[in-house]
Ligand binder design. Sequence first.
Ligand code: TRP
Length: 317
Amino acid sequence: METAKKRLFSGVQPSGPLHIGNYFGALKQWLDHQEEYDCVFSVVDYHALTSLKDPKLVHEYTLSAIKDLLAIGIDPNKSILFQQSRVSEHTELAWILDCLVTVPFLELSHAYKDKVAKGLEANAGLFTYPMLMAADILLYDTDVVPVGEDQRQHVEYAREAAAKFNNAYTQTFKEPKEMIVKNVAIVPGTDGKKMSKSYGNTIPLFATKEEITKAVMSIVTDSSGERPENVFAIHKLFLDQSGLDKIYSNPTMRGKYKLIKEALIEDLEKFIAPMREKRANISDEEAVRIINEGSEKAKALAAAKMAEVRSKVGVAL
Ligand code: TRP
């Protein structure tokens, strides 16, 4: 009888402090699935090298991402949490996939075009990024990949790479499906645009009370509508309807933007404080120990898959 859980894989680039947009847009779903799925999560440091060249920052952000994931509740006893660069099978498989896909196929990538349009260097790693991501996903016989809408095409690339390989060398890889959270609207930043590090409009996920206050006070409000929409949109991420009604349908609050912002500060503090404290209690040594253990587990799975791949492509002697 087949009772095995389905495999879920996702990755996050170590690219600096997380903000609540990262949390509600993607990471929260990771937590929601730890029981139901057999989860593998990766800090994809080699992906970050496509744009991050300062070794001190690579090191700092990688360690920081591991702590972030542990602090939000990724549980290494339930899920595999590993560092991509520690499992060399990822770059190895990426090469084999690179040899199967064409340049015009990769040129269809929206993410690549967007990044180059924004001024990022068009290095070859950035161009072949989708095949490294495909390798991440395919090595673990992944069924589903929870990602934000912006990563949908990347999962399609993984699926097509799997099909190409299977077609050329017989059935080897599962074709993964993206899992896009539906009712997560784009999380707005303090200026009402999409919350993004590059816009400088974020509320950090591990913000101190002072940082929360500063960010909330800077939220742009316009007084034309019924309620301050940019404040409401952030509140809506983590309050239920009755919680929202207490503030936004309360006659004594109506139009009192300062009071409403103060309520948001309190609610954000309540939400953030436990994670912030948990994070502060994770030492560098502890984070490294946990990620090393996870990386060994991932390595065992990836190595078995790569043995099959090597044999199929003919390099195993
Ligand atoms: N490209 C993803 C992002 O920027 C990160 C990523 C790399 C990833 N490998 C992955 C996500 C595998 C899911 C599965 O967000």
